[in-house]
Design a protein around this ligand. Structure first.
Ligand code: PMP
Length: 298
């Protein structure tokens, strides 16, 4: 359950009880998947305080997503961050998932709107240890074509594609799906970006046909600090089948290793990969402010 009768949310400038909040059933978002959202995490930091990870980046992306879809957006990152800390505090949550959603008013046409609405919901989520490795399959679904969608926006409607891919993978006994782009190159998971390792180098799909993940950007920062070479390029499935290792990264998934792709195991044990070094650095980074190469205090 994501909420109970005592859970507070932020709704259009007010803090209200989740159980009592209402949305319009004629909202264009509900009918057509025309809305934008974010997935953010907060962690209990090493100082004991609650720390929202990369909060400005997430609220900036929310605004960019709204702009990409022509949704009116009247909020500042500052006020939304303040509101988020307030509801986390009222809900007594430190390790939490934070879900802002910008939604449209009642509108059964395809015409633009004069205003948008916003809700921020939070629920408890413990940091993930990432110990279980994922068995991944190449999805029969492709990611949405960037010529048909604003793929760089985190739009609600795009997630029909994620749900289909994820459900297909689970129905076939896998843990997760990996989707190609419309050109047949590896794109991303249903809710996470992907990296693979060959020798001492990491590879990840370049931006363009994927969501520009904030965790992906964080992994690139970690690699720079740890002197790990990364190449952003088009990757084929057969290249990935021969890789030493691979991992997904995303706000919810954090950094999580893969055991196999299409039942072909990766060559290296996870404990011997660059991925585990990045996973450890990431775990530190989310609860501390900085890291160094020696102590990995990112
Ligand atoms: N790709 C997709 C399709 C996603 O939904 C997500 C999760 N937001 C990501 C990648 C990873 O993005 P982030 O690291 O910003 O959570």
């Amino acid at each position: 359950m994501y909420y109970n009768t005592n859970t507070f949310i932020y709704l259009n400038g007010e803090i209200v009880k989740a159980a009592e909040a209402k949305i319009d059933l004629y909202s264009q978002t509900l009918h057509y998947g025309y809305g934008v959202f974010e997935g953010i995490r907060s962690y209990k930091s090493s100082s004991g305080k609650t720390k929202i990870f990369k909060e400005e980046e997430h609220f900036d992306r929310l605004k960019n997503s709204a702009n990409a879809l022509n949704l009116p957006y009247q909020w500042t990152a500052r006020e939304l961050i303040k509101a988020t800390y307030e509801i986390l505090d009222k809900n007594n949550q430190q390790d939490a998932y934070i879900r802002p959603l910008v939604y449209a008013p009642a509108n059964m046409s395809f015409n633009p709107n004069k205003e948008s609405f916003i809700v921020i919901e939070t629920w408890e989520m413990q940091p993930f240890l990432g110990e279980k490795l994922l068995r991944v399959m190449t999805s029969s679904f492709e990611r949405p074509n960037p010529k048909g969608f604003k793929i760089e926006a985190k739009a609600t409607g795009h997630y029909v594609n994620s749900i289909l891919a994820s459900q297909e993978a689970k129905a076939k006994g896998f843990d997760e799906a990996l989707l190609n782009d419309m050109n047949g190159f590896i794109a991303e998971g249903p809710g996470a970006n992907v990296f693979m390792q060959k020798d001492r180098v990491l590879y990840t799909p370049q931006l363009g046909n994927i969501l520009p993940g904030i965790t992906r950007a964080t992994v690139l920062e970690i690699c720079e600090t740890l002197d790990i070479p990364v190449v952003e390029k088009q990757i084929t499935t057969s290249e990935m089948h021969g890789a030493d290792a691979a991992f997904f990264c995303g706000t919810a998934a954090e950094v999580i290793g893969m055991e196999s792709l299409d039942n072909i195991p990766f060559k290296k044990q996870w404990k011997d990969t660059l991925g585990i070094q990045i996973q450890n650095a990431y775990k530190k980074l989310v609860v501390e402010k900085a890291f160094t190469t020696t102590s990995i205090t990112i």
